[in-house]
Design a protein around this ligand. Structure first.
Ligand SMILES: NC(=O)c1ccc[n+]([C@@H]2O[C@H](COP(=O)([O-])OP(=O)(O)OC[C@H]3O[C@@H](n4cnc5c(N)ncnc54)[C@H](O)[C@@H]3O)[C@@H](O)[C@H]2O)c1
Length: 423
C-alpha cells in the first residue's frame, strides 16, 4: 500500500450511543507510527472486529482494499458513491480479487442509496463519512435516524477539522461552514458521548455487556423432570444460552428425546439416584454450576380424600426429593465456590385458587388430565393475563436466574403467574 504519511485524514470519530471522540488516541498513534489513513481505517476495523462497513462518498480505493484485508469472511464494505470507482480500481490493483470482492458499490444519489439500505433493514459496525462534501450533516442525521449504525458501532468522520479550518471563527467558505455544522450536530447529539466514559454502566460490568452476562457458556446445568413440560423448556433455554445441560427424568425415553448431550434416568425421591446423577455429571463435565430442581407430581385430590400413600408419594418427590437434590448439588457448589439452585414451585404457595385441588396455570401435560379440564376455564377467569402460562413464558427467567446477571439475587421467590396472585 502507498504509505508513510504522518498526517491522517480521519480526524474525528464518534460511536453510536456508546461513542467517544478519539482525537487524543489518534495523536498517540500518529506520533508513534507513520500511519496512512488507510492503515488507520484498517486498524479501526480490526480493533472493532467489524464485519459490516459503510463508506459514504469516501473515495479512497486503496483504503477500502486495505480494510477489506481484515474484514472477516462473510463481511463487506458498502460504498455509496455518485459514480463507480470499482472498475478503474480493479484494473489498477492486480490482487483485487482476493479481498476486493468484499467491496460493494451503490451508485447514484447518495441519499437514495442510503434510503435503500435503510429500507432493507441494513446496519453497520462502522460508518465512514467524508466531511469534505456538500451537507455532510444530512448524511450523519440520516445514518443516526435510520439506525444504519448499529448499537455500539463506530462513526468515523474524515476531514472533520478541514486541516484546522474547522476552528476558524469567521469564515464564509461553504465547505468549512458545512463541516462546522456537522461538528455541531454531532456534538449536540444526545446519542453521542464526548470523551471516554469509563464506568461499568457504560462499558458493561467487567467489560461484559448485559446480553453477554446472560450467556451460560462453560456452565454445567441439570434439570430434573427435564423430559417434558416446564423442565423440557428449561433444558432448551439453558442449552440455547450456552450451558451444557443434563436432562434428568424418571422416564429415560422422555429425557433422551430432549437431550442432545446427556440424558440421565433418576428418581429424585431416591437419594442414591440423586448421588449417581451428580456423580455422572461431574465425571463428564467436571462441575455443576446450575441445579434446576423441577421434577414434581400432582395427584390432584381434595384434602379430605388424600390418602397417606398419596401424601407420602407427593412429599417424597416434591419436597424431600427436592431437598435431597439441593443438598447434594449444594455440597458440590460449596466446594466449587459457585453455584445456582433454581427450584420450581407453584403459585398455589401464595394463594388458594378457587375450586382448585391441583396446582397449575402452566399449560403442560401435568394439567391435561380429564378431571382438570373443566377447571381450566374457571382458572382463566382468575388470571388477569387472560390465558394460561406457556412454558416459553418461563424460559427467560430461568436463564436470568442461572446467569451471572442475577448473582446478587438470592433466596428469592420469582412469581410468573399472569397476575393471578394479585387479586
Ligand atoms: N404445570 C403447572 O401448572 C404447574 C403449576 C405449579 C407447579 N408446577 C410444578 O412445576 C414442575 C414441572 O411441572 P410440569 O407441569 O412441567 O410437569 P409435567 O408432569 O409435565 O413434567 C414433570 C416431569 O417430571 C418427571 N418426574 C416425575 N417424578 C419424577 C421423579 N421422581 N424423578 C425424576 N423425574 C420425575 C416426569 O416424568 C415428567 O417428565 C413440577 O414440580 C410441578 O409441580 C407446575
Amino acid at each position: 500500500m502507498p504509505g508513510g504519511s504522518c498526517h491522517s485524514e480521519v480526524s474525528g470519530i464518534a460511536q453510536s450511543c456508546r461513542r467517544y471522540m478519539m482525537d487524543s488516541l489518534f495523536s498517540f498513534f500518529l506520533v508513534c507510527f507513520p500511519l496512512h489513513s488507510g492503515q488507520l481505517c484498517r486498524m479501526l476495523v480490526r480493533m472493532m472486529g467489524a464485519k459490516r462497513i459503510l463508506a459514504i462518498d469516501l473515495l479512497n480505493f486503496p483504503s477500502f482494499l486495505t480494510m477489506a484485508e481484515v474484514v472477516p469472511d462473510g463481511g463487506s464494505i458498502t460504498l455509496c458513491a455518485t459514480q463507480s470507482y470499482l472498475e478503474e480500481a480493479i484494473q489498477k490493483t492486480p490482487d483485487f480479487s482476493s479481498h476486493g470482492n468484499k467491496i460493494k458499490e451503490k451508485i447514484g444519489p447518495i441519499i437514495d442509496s442510503m434510503k435503500e439500505l435503510a429500507a432493507m433493514g441494513e446496519d453497520f459496525d462502522i460508518v465512514f463519512i467524508d466531511a469534505d462534501q456538500r451537507s455532510p450533516a444530512e448524511y450523519y442525521r440520516f445514518v443516526m435516524e435510520n439506525h444504519l449504525l448499529r448499537m455500539d458501532g463506530m462513526l468515523c468522520v474524515k476531514n472533520a477539522l478541514m486541516k484546522g479550518h474547522g476552528y476558524l471563527e469567521n469564515t464564509a467558505d461553504e465547505n468549512v461552514l458545512d463541516v462546522k455544522t456537522l461538528n455541531q450536530v454531532i456534538n449536540s447529539d444526545p446519542c453521542t458521548e464526548q470523551g471516554v466514559v469509563k464506568d461499568e454502566v457504560f462499558w458493561g460490568y467487567r467489560g461484559r455487556r448485559i446480553l453477554d452476562r446472560l450467556q451460560l457458556d462453560e456452565k454445567v446445568a441439570y434439570v430434573t423432570g427435564g423430559g417434558q413440560g416446564i423442565g423440557r423448556a428449561f433444558c432448551h433455554a439453558l442449552g440455547e444460552a450456552g450451558a451444557k445441560v443434563a436432562v434428568v427424568d424418571l422416564i429415560p425415553a422422555k429425557a433422551n428425546a430432549v437431550a442432545h448431550e446427556l440424558s440421565l434416568k433418576a428418581d429424585i425421591s431416591k437419594p442414591e439416584d440423586i448421588q449417581k446423577m451428580l456423580d455422572k455429571i461431574v465425571a463428564k463435565w467436571g462441575a455443576v454450576h446450575i441445579a434446576c430442581n423441577n421434577a414434581g407430581i400432582n395427584m390432584n385430590s381434595s384434602s379430605e380424600d388424600t390418602s397417606l400413600e398419596e401424601w407420602d408419594k407427593t412429599f417424597n418427590i416434591n419436597l424431600r426429593g427436592l431437598f435431597l437434590c439441593c443438598q447434594a448439588a449444594g455440597r458440590i457448589m460449596l466446594n466449587q465456590g459457585y453455584g445456582k439452585i433454581i427450584n420450581t414451585a407453584s403459585m398455589a404457595s401464595l394463594i388458594a385458587s378457587d375450586s382448585q385441588d391441583a396446582r397449575g396455570i402452566v399449560d403442560t401435560p401435568l394439567i391435561h388430565s380429564e378431571e382438570l379440564k373443566p377447571l381450566v376455564q374457571r382458572w382463566l377467569t382468575d388470571i388477569p393475563a387472560g390465558r394460561l402460562a406457556q412454558v416459553t413464558d418461563l424460559q427467560a427467567a430461568v436463564v436470568y436466574l442461572a446467569s451471572e446477571a442475577s448473582d446478587y439475587m438470592t433466596g428469592h421467590n420469582l412469581v410468573i403467574e399472569g397476575g393471578q396472585s394479585l387479586w
